[in-house]
Design a protein around this ligand. Structure first.
Ligand code: SF4
Length: 234
């Protein structure tokens, strides 16, 4: 399964825009209940102005909120970002720590966010199970589980070592673009024959009714008979 996902996309990565560990941390805090595109639109304006804990702390709530107006739960997230900036400055010299416990102690940072940072920034084999990974792991039978923690632990056991670093991104992207929540696009799925999900979604193009034959063109004679003439006016 992973050999095929790798062949299709050899260098998968997050679709969040970031250029430093701190930027990624802020982007992930903002990303709950948001698309990556929506987060990127906000951070594209924020980061050129402030992209360090000190600079964002200096903005304060009133200065930060206008950049986050398009982000869901912007008030809570702004407060978390500011509290995280303060904690990073107080406890970590303004740096993002490479340590799960320290990351999870930051406001607005849960296990999933810590896993994204550990994996994407520090290249540790952490598995950030989001809604896409949870769905793909269960549908395919790769790592079924009742909750995200169970799926995370199973994935860490079953994914072969050579794929562990990038497995999280391959599964997210597969869930986002192919194995979609409402209708998995099985007909164009590269791991279709390895997946336990039944029944597979058929190709909509193959199930369309055949096109109706076109009505024969009216003959010139019929057309002429029906065409009103200047004499009759009918
Ligand atoms: S075959 Fe269908 S259900 Fe299975 S992984 Fe592919 S898209 Fe998802």
């Amino acid at each position: 399964m992973f050999a095929r996902l790798r062949a299709a996309n050899p260098n998968p990565t997050t679709e969040l825009a970031w250029s430093s560990p701190f930027e990624l941390l802020v982007a992930v805090i903002l990303s709950a209940q948001m698309t990556d595109k929506g987060v990127n639109a906000a951070t594209a304006k924020l980061f050129p102005v402030a992209n360090t804990p000190r600079a964002i702390a200096a903005l304060g709530l009133d200065g930060l909120l206008p950049y986050l107006r398009t982000i869901n739960f912007c008030n809570t997230k702004a407060a978390n970002v500011l509290a995280t900036c303060a904690a990073l400055l107080e406890r970590h010299g303004g740096e993002v720590p490479r340590d799960r416990e320290a990351l999870e102690s930051l406001p607005g940072v849960g296990r999933k966010t810590a896993n994204v940072v550990l994996n994407t920034v520090f290249r540790e084999p952490a598995m950030a199970v989001d809604t896409h990974i949870f769905r793909v792991s269960n549908r395919t039978g790769l790592a079924p589980g009742e909750d995200v923690r169970e799926v995370e632990e199973r994935l860490l056991k079953v994914v072969p070592a050579e794929f562990l670093l990038d497995a999280h991104h391959w599964l997210i992207l597969h869930g986002r673009y192919v194995c979609k929540a409402r209708t998995p696009e099985c007909w164009r799925c590269g791991i279709r024959d390895l997946c336990a999900w039944r029944p597979k979604t058929p190709d909509p193009a193959a199930t369309l009714p055949p096109p109706r034959p076109k009505a024969p063109a009216r003959t010139a004679a019929r057309a002429a008979r029906r065409r009103p003439t200047p004499e009759t006016g009918s």
